[in-house]
Design a protein around this ligand. Structure first.
Ligand code: HEC
Ligand code: HEC
Ligand code: HEC
Ligand code: HEC
Ligand code: HEC
Ligand code: HEC
Ligand code: HEC
Ligand code: HEC
Length: 469
């Protein structure tokens, strides 16, 4: 063999050796992810839980072992511990624990966050008993649907099953058994056995409790979606959502890190958390997403939130990491104009007509037993919200086709004709209706301006060679 040939063989062998090392490293690395390492220091209490649950419920144990909590020694017992005699507690393998982990339990270590969360609308999201929606859910639809519908988003009041003597029913080890109509539940405003409100797990899925997950739009999208509050869909449609999808694909944006400051740690796109919760260069993060909201878009007629100017300033501060003041101003002007258009042209007049019909005695006090009540509900609760919400977060299709278009159709083609029918023989109700329809923004119903007609004909003649009739 020549020297040259020997050199080539040696080179090939060393490449092979290097490759085999890489393969071994890769396999071992993979194993490390699959078989989590026991954490550094655990309390004796938690050590026992982990060792047994590693066998009994390996999924839970592995998810936890892969968490920041595990690395810091925050173990099973630190979260699940209960005081002897606590209503949801029982003695499990020698220690008092509870299944439910409430904001009060998390708050033992995260007190400031618990306090912020507690004063938010989120924490009160379970208190929907008095609402029209609740009549719809509980009575018009039925309780089983409410339990797995409304309450999985809003939160249930956790209750326990009762035995025939009226005591809490108990299972193995004397474990109190849940009323399964109310559990499992991770609704945002859950009413817990210890009296605290909410569920931190609504956004921080167990048992990894990874902050990166809560920063993703999907974690809000469980609840903020659908026909009456399609924020997830609006975001996905918006330039922000598109930028986020691409940024994540191309690795332009990390969601990790104790600090996650827009304009410093990432720039590619904002997520729901960025705008509503996370820190900016001048603002700390918050667990009250209402702190940056200037209008409430939920009721029939939108109104400003308390202290709305300051709240708007906080949101503008988020935008300012990526946009100039004039750009942000212009967005808010466009948005305000849509809210006011909806309020003044449709919501307030519609509300006046509904009130006039009630006063005339043609509607029973029972909601949803007359067609016009469904019509009106669709108008403000679904379509009117979509119109406003689309405008707030740059989703043009929700502002227009799922929003304003549907509002217009519902108002002119269903609401007004139904109101006219009901108002027959009730001059006062009809007078209100005619006054509404006589106002300039509804005058087009009496005939289009000839100039607009001419424009219409022109457009279709030029574009398609067709006449409009
Ligand atoms: C020797 C094994 C073992 C040990 C130790 C142990 N567990 Fe369990 N745990 C189980 C098994 C098995 C179940 C299911 C029991 C059943 O359904 O009767 C369970 C049930 C539970 C539940 C109830 C879940 C539900 O559906 O309500 C919780 C919470 C829990 N364990 C947490 C802990 C914690 C915290 C510790 C440590 C303080 C611990 N476990 C220690 C085996 C163990
Ligand atoms: C940071 C707090 C925290 C830690 C640490 C923690 N848990 Fe949990 N665990 C929760 C929460 C929150 C829930 C959901 C219950 C709720 O919504 O209140 C839960 C639920 C459970 C359940 C019932 C859920 C099911 O899917 O069956 C079991 C069992 C359980 N945990 C066991 C463990 C074990 C074992 C460990 C340790 C390996 C552990 N937990 C560590 C917070 C924690
Ligand atoms: C025994 C104390 C303790 C308890 C109880 C506890 N935590 Fe933590 N948690 C910590 C510590 C310490 C950290 C790391 C420092 C920090 O971020 O505040 C942490 C970090 C976190 C993080 C950030 C994780 C990451 O990816 O960076 C989240 C989210 C979290 N906790 C949520 C919860 C929730 C939700 C509960 C209740 C279900 C809870 N914690 C209960 C001590 C605790
Ligand atoms: C998919 C999750 C989800 C379901 C299911 C759901 N909601 Fe909601 N609900 C929400 C969200 C999110 C909001 C807040 C929307 C916003 O502000 O954009 C809301 C708002 C409300 C409000 C308005 C609160 C206010 O401050 O004005 C009421 C009342 C309500 N829901 C009751 C119900 C009832 C009753 C049901 C069942 C018939 C139900 N919801 C079903 C997620 C849900
Ligand atoms: C509405 C969703 C939501 C709920 C509910 C929620 N969190 Fe968070 N949480 C987040 C988001 C988003 C972040 C990331 C903020 C950021 O970008 O820094 C976060 C961050 C955290 C962190 C990391 C440290 C920090 O200061 O940011 C902790 C700890 C935490 N949450 C604990 C809790 C506890 C405890 C509760 C219940 C009282 C709770 N969270 C409820 C969404 C939520
Ligand atoms: C488990 C369901 C659920 C999840 C998850 C959830 N929300 Fe909500 N959110 C609600 C409900 C319900 C309301 C309305 C509460 C009310 O007014 O009664 C609401 C209200 C809001 C509001 C209006 C607050 C106000 O004060 O007017 C904002 C903003 C908001 N959520 C943002 C978020 C963001 C951002 C996330 C994700 C980080 C998120 N939510 C996750 C259910 C949820
Ligand atoms: C670019 C920033 C931005 C992003 C990203 C964003 N939002 Fe918003 N959001 C806004 C603004 C601005 C408003 C209107 C605030 C106001 O009225 O002052 C708003 C309003 C809301 C409201 C209040 C509705 C009400 O009933 O009053 C909710 C709830 C909400 N957003 C949830 C979400 C969710 C969920 C996501 C992600 C899927 C998201 N937002 C993404 C900026 C954002
Ligand atoms: C992390 C950076 C970032 C933040 C924060 C941010 N945006 Fe944007 N914004 C973008 C990007 C990227 C685009 C897409 C630009 C393009 O298409 O060329 C965009 C586009 C827009 C558009 C144009 C939408 C369209 O369809 O053309 C508006 C309006 C807008 N943002 C308003 C806001 C407002 C208001 C806020 C705060 C509530 C905000 N943005 C926060 C990055 C951001």
């Amino acid at each position: 063999m020549t020297l040259e040939a020997k050199k080539i063989v040696v080179a090939l062998l060393s490449v092979l050796f290097l490759l085999s090392l890489l393969v071994v490293a890769w396999i071992e690395g993979g194993k490390q992810r699959l078989v989590p390492q026991p954490p550094m220091e655990l309390t004796v209490e938690s050590e026992g839980c982990y060792e047994c649950h590693k066998e009994k419920t390996p999924g839970i144990a592995a998810q936890w072992a892969d968490s920041r909590h595990a690395r810091l020694g925050v173990g099973c017992y630190e979260c699940h511990q209960a005081k002897e005699g606590e209503v949801d507690g029982w003695k499990h393998e020698g220690r008092w624990i509870a299944t439910v982990v409430t904001p009060g339990d998390c708050g033992r270590c995260h007190a400031a966050i618990q306090a912020e969360f507690e004063k938010s609308h989120h924490a009160k999201g379970g208190q929907i008993l008095g609402s029209l929606d609740n009549v719809l859910g509980e009575i018009v639809e039925g309780p089983a649907a409410t339990n797995l519908g409304c309450r999985q988003c809003h939160g249930s009041k956790i209750e326990f099953a009762k035995d025939p003597s009226g005591q809490i029913a108990r299972g193995n080890e004397g474990k109190p058994l849940f009323d399964t109509a109310t559990w499992p539940n991770s609704g945002i405003g859950r009413i817990n056995p210890d009296g605290t409100l909410g569920s931190c797990g609504a956004c921080h899925s167990r048992h990894r409790f990874a902050v990166a997950m809560s920063r993703r739009p999907e974690s809000c999208g469980k609840c903020h979606m659908g026909p009456d509050h399609p924020q997830a869909e609006i975001y996905e449609e918006s330039k922000h959502g598109i930028a986020f999808a691409v940024a994540v694909d191309q690795g332009l944006m990390s969601l990790e890190g104790e600090e996650w400051i827009v304009g410093r740690d990432y720039n590619a796109a904002p997520t729901c958390a960025t705008c509503h919760m996370s820190a900016t260069r001048t603002q700390p993060s918050t667990h009250d997403p209402g702190e940056r909201i200037s209008w409430t878009l939920r009721p029939e007629v939108s109104k400003h939130t308390e202290d709305w100017e300051r709240k708007r300033e906080r949101m503008r501060d988020v935008c300012s990491a990526c946009h100039t003041p004039d750009w942000i101003d212009a967005h808010y002007r466009q948005y305000d104009a849509v809210v006011e258009l909806y309020n003044e042209k449709f919501a307030k007049p519609g509300g006046r007509i509904m009130a006039a019909l009630r006063e005339a005695g043609v509607l029973t006090p029972t909601p949803f037993d007359e067609e016009i009540e469904w019509t009106w509900y669709f108008l403000w609760h679904h379509e009117g919200r979509r119109m406003r919400m689309g405008a707030s977060m740059m989703g043009p299709d929700y502002t227009q086709w799922h929003g304003a278009f549907e509002v217009g159709h519902r108002f002119y083609e269903e609401f007004i004709p139904q109101a006219r029918g009901l108002g027959e023989g009730k001059p006062q109700a009809l007078a209100v209706l005619e006054e509404v329809m006589g106002s300039p923004e509804h005058a087009w119903k009496k005939g289009l301006d000839p100039k607009v007609r001419e424009q219409l004909s022109d457009f279709y003649r030029k574009k398609y060679g067709q006449e409009v009739r």
